[in-house]
Design a protein around this ligand. Structure first.
Ligand code: GLN
Length: 309
């Protein structure tokens, strides 16, 4: 099949832009409410020299929940499966990403999976490093390597804005501390978690990260291993079962690409052994996924037969 990404992407962006009107930008993290709800952008990386990009693809946005994929990979590389899955489960949930309900109803009190906030907080508590600065430096190095972009950093304003308003996440962490899922200082953990979520990228960075995951964890340009194959496989499986929160089932049916979204409106997609996809569209549906971004992924999947199923 001859790929005409440039023309196709232009047409697709115009088709999905109308959906931006039916969503809202996240405002529970005040700094995120500054995003333009009508932005929509895509980048595709197929391993050649450049990305194919359309829309407002140069705009920077924060990873938010997309970071959960990366901290999971790092924690698994640091400790292995036994330690990580002693703290966090492997099952999807029908509850919202920030829900506390299952922590109380499931005994022992262990978060269901690493893609919901409770699970991600438990995983973040595992990242190795003497101080939060060291932990963050390791995570940033990892993200820079995966994307091939040395300039990636975190957005201080977004991190501060979330830290100051993260009472729900704090309560999840305190609950888990009481039940010995976590140890240590909760505000220290929140400091790291909010900075991790505030790591700033553009669509092309995301497409390259998706490409590395799609290709068994190999460096996008130099084909050496950044993430062991088995961990890349495991992470992609979580992206399929839990990556779009409690919309993961419908997304698997409509799109069928391992993907992870964030409340900034970003979505990373990793087509196994195929392209990496980076999406941005800050207008979200009620479950916290980019409305136009999900439509765009559906169009891409249909047009290029990308579903893994
Ligand atoms: N930082 C956000 C939070 O913890 C991430 C959530 C998300 O992107 N779904 O609420």
């Amino acid at each position: 099949m001859v790929c005409r990404y440039e023309e196709d992407l232009k047409v697709m962006i115009e088709k999905v832009r109308k959906y931006t009107g039916s969503g809202n930008v996240a405002d529970y993290i005040p700094a995120l409410s500054k995003a333009n709800p009508h932005d929509v952008a895509v980048a595709i990386f197929d391993g050649s020299d450049t990305c194919f990009s359309e829309g407002e693809y140069r705009k920077l946005f924060t990873l938010q929940s997309i970071s959960k994929v990366l901290t999971l990979a790092l924690a698994l590389m640091d400790y292995g499966e036994e330690v990580v899955f002693n703290k966090v489960g492997m099952e999807p949930t029908g509850d919202p990403f920030n829900s506390i309900a299952k922590l109380e109803s499931h005994i022992p009190s262990k978060p269901l999976n690493p893609m919901i906030n409770a699970g991600a907080l438990a995983v973040s508590s595992l990242i190795k490093g003497g101080t939060n600065e060291e932990k963050l430096a390791r995570l940033l190095q990892f993200v820079r390597e995966l994307s091939g972009n040395e300039k990636i950093n975190f957005n201080k304003e977004v991190a501060k804005s979330e830290f100051e308003t993260a009472d729900l996440n704090r309560s999840l962490a305190y609950f888990m501390k009481q039940h010995h899922v976590l140890s240590g200082d909760v505000d220290e953990l929140l400091d790291f978690y909010t900075k991790q979520c505030a790591i700033e990228v553009d669509c092309e960075d995301l497409a390259k990260i998706g490409y590395a995951l799609a290709h068994h964890g190999e460096h996008p340009n130099d084909s050496y291993s950044i993430i062991p194959t088995e961990i890349a496989r495991l992470v992609k499986t979580f992206m399929v079962t839990c990556g779009m929160y409690n919309a993961s089932g419908e997304f698997a049916i409509r799109v069928g690409i391992p993907a992870k979204s964030g409340v900034s409106g970003g979505i990373v997609g990793a087509v196994p052994c195929g392209i990496g996809i980076g999406i941005y569209g800050p207008a979200l549906d009620e479950k916290g996924n980019s409305v136009a971004g999900m439509k765009l992924l559906e169009l891409l999947s249909t047009q290029y037969h990308l579903s893994i199923f």
